[in-house]
Ligand binder design. Sequence first.
Ligand code: MN3
Length: 242
Amino acid sequence: MLKTLGLGAAALGAAPIIASTASASHHESGEHEPKESEIGFKDGEFVLPPLDYDYDALEPHIDARTMELHHSIHHQGYVNGANNALQKLNEIASGDGDASLVKHWTRELAFHGSGHSLHLLFWNNMKPDGGGEPEGELAEAIESSFGGFENFARLFKAASGAVEASGWGILGYEPVSKKLVVLQAEKHHDITVHGVVPLLAIDVWEHAYYLRYQNRRGAYVDAFMEVVNWDDVARRYRAAKG
Ligand code: MN3
């Protein structure tokens, strides 16, 4: 799922944003300076940035207690796991580590690194008073790829609702066809199309909704649509397509 993983783990996190600001050919991406909430790697290690809004800012759609636990405990766990895996892989690279464990640690990095990256995306994909529909180029791409916003929303909700066990619903940019695609991720990193750049991601692990919605994942997916920050998704689309 994560384009940045193939470029080296150190680039993971805010990499697509940095790439878009560093390239003179990407003026249309808006010369975006990463917000603090988008910076997931600093001074040589993965870090958990603060949210761009308060934990209670997405009420009543997503409750404050869920946001607090999800951000400060669950997401922090992926940051810690990614740092640990990266350290072990660097030890193997330098000849000091146990190379027989390389399969274990690359799996750990895929799980925790993808978890970190998708949560960074998820937090920034939401805002208070979000929702509605995108405009401009993103709206045109949704029309061209799915036949309209209603069709996209139907597919995105179906895919998000039907993820087996824990995972994500994802709207991404597929660079070979230059189309938008809707995918599922199981856990954080299973079943994907490599090269696809995630633009919009909804966490459908139970920790994302169980306190307020219990087993009603569909109601949570509907609530998520009310807090989507379409400006953020549109900016990511412009950066991804170049
Ligand atoms: Mn989560």
